[in-house]
Design a protein around this ligand. Structure first.
Ligand code: PMV
Length: 326
């Protein structure tokens, strides 16, 4: 029996990935830039077992469809030249599929654990490439701190991988997550992306304008320029959501508390606090701030009607193996 356990953290995109240039290989239409969180965590054990006739995927104790897990594991099996099926046990210490990027940490932990179980010793570059097949954002969760994901040009996706931009410790921003809904989201990001690329009238403009956003965000991160990063991040977030809203049928992930959080965070920033927000494919609001603003932002978010929980996180490290064994 070949087995290993890995942990990985979710990441939050500041310049968003939305849209695919190749569905089968899961190649992004745009590059993206993210921060990896330390407080939230996925823990995944992969155990290859010749007695199994199919992969089994158990998420938080419940048997789930293993389709995407199998697609990802097939890449590692091919590299190891084996056909053995695996049992995958995964758990999240945060709500699954509610816009907290559980697929990012999930697939990053999966490939890191499978790589260790099979003794492949793949480079982070290859791990990122394989994780991307599970979920585009998972390619970024292989790394810690500030991470940039390339759109890539190649048709085989060899250059559509993430790479680290700046260590977590080099610019220790903090993140507060206002959870406004605990239930799983109604529409998965892949389906929503397909709807937008087929029907949103601004889709071409979205793809075209992502390059300057990425350049501005990269420059801001390397210069630790908070205001510049805040401006481009809020712009990228709202542009992505406007794109979703303009598709047919429309996609709207926000609820009333989501909007209340956005307004409150904007007001705090206007009053001089170093804080801005971002929102992914769900109703949760993530406030990114310098540490001196943390307590005021937390207090403000907790007082908003509809906010059921506020979680704090610093920036976290790379996906890593925590247990190996035969
Ligand atoms: O990686 P996916 O398929 O879950 O898509 C992620 C999409 C967003 O979270 C909305 C944006 C991003 O870049 O993470």
């Amino acid at each position: 029996m070949q087995q290993a356990t890995a942990i990985a953290h979710p990441n939050i995109a500041l310049v968003k990935y939305w849209g695919k240039r190749d569905m089968r290989l899961n190649l992004p239409a745009v590059g993206s830039l993210s921060i990896t969180l330390d407080a939230l965590c996925t823990r995944t054990q992969v155990r290859f077992d010749s007695a199994l006739s199919a992969d089994r995927f158990i998420l938080d104790g419940v048997d789930e469809d293993a389709g995407r897990v199998t697609a990802c594991l097939d890449l590692l099996r091919a590299a190891a030249r084996i056909d053995t099926r695996a049992r995958v046990d995964s758990s999240n210490d945060f709500p699954t599929a509610a816009g907290l990027a559980s697929s990012a940490s999930g697939f990053a932990a999966l490939v890191v654990a499978a790589d260790a179980a099979l003794g492949l010793g793949l480079t982070p570059h290859m791990l990122s490439r394989h994780a991307r097949r599970g979920s585009g954002s998972a390619a970024r969760s292989i790394f810690g701190g500030f991470v940039e994901m390339a759109r890539g040009r190649r048709e085989d996706g060899a250059d559509a991988v993430a790479q680290p931009l700046l260590d977590a410790g080099a610019w220790p921003l903090e993140v507060l997550i206002a959870v406004t809904e605990q239930a799983a989201k109604p529409l998965a990001s892949s389906a929503a992306m397909a709807a937008t690329s087929e029907s949103a009238p601004y889709y071409a403009a979205w793809v075209r304008s992502s390059r300057p956003d990425l350049r501005a965000a990269r420059k801001a991160v390397l210069a630790r320029d908070f205001d510049a990063l805040a401006d481009v991040s809020v712009h990228s977030c709202l542009k992505m959501h406007a794109l979703m809203m303009s598709s047919r049928p429309p996609v709207l992930y926000w609820n009333a508390a989501t909007v209340a959080c956005m307004r409150r965070i904007s007001a705090l920033r206007e009053a001089g606090l170093p804080v801005f927000y971002t929102i992914d494919a769900g109703p949760q609001v993530k406030a990114i701030c310098k540490s001196e603003a943390h307590d005021a932002v937390e207090h403000a978010l907790r007082s908003i009607a509809g906010v059921v929980e506020v979680r704090s996180s610093g920036l976290g490290g790379a996906a890593r193996v925590v247990e190996e064994g035969a």
